[in-house]
Design a protein around this ligand. Sequence first.
Ligand code: SAM
Length: 175
Amino acid sequence: DIVVLRLGHRPERDARVTTHVGLTSRALGAAGMLLTSDDKSVAESIERVDKSWGGGFWVRIGVGYRSEIRKWKESGGIVVHMTMYGINMPDCIEHIRDEFKTKGVMVVVGAEKVPGDVYQLADYNIAVGNQPHSEIAALALFLDWLQQGREFGKTFSDGELRIIPCEHGKNVERT
Ligand code: SAM
């Protein structure tokens, strides 16, 4: 399994970006998202999308990052913190893919300044290029490199709607 831990969400500023972190996680193969804030509205909008489009992606709000990271590691998972200061992704992805064969991956992304202990608690501090950019972009590229495109084959069951891909226009089926 892959879960995403979103740190430092500020309800007044980050609602849209955090929602996109959740939607991107869901669309690209993660099972759920943990949010250190207790912003219900973000969880509700992601859950609405999941109800319509299926897949069973979950959101849990109001978590403590230290205890979630500790529990994840205790249950045998690895923790990958996305940071521009980390090891550039091409130089560490193979190790992470290797571990992912048998272990769950928790991906940690920040909003504003990430608490210093996260760098120590993480098994890997990984950069999608050593330049500042966006948690959504970093997360999307990491999820793709981790799964090597397999996320595109994921099925989203139990939704109300399904897209029939078409070259022009929109074709949506009610299930
Ligand atoms: N200035 C903050 C700091 O020093 O911790 C980071 C702000 S950045 C807008 C928000 C998040 O985007 C970061 O916590 C990180 O997860 C992600 N991010 C930004 N650039 C990245 C990069 N080059 N590689 C990996 N993650 C990145």
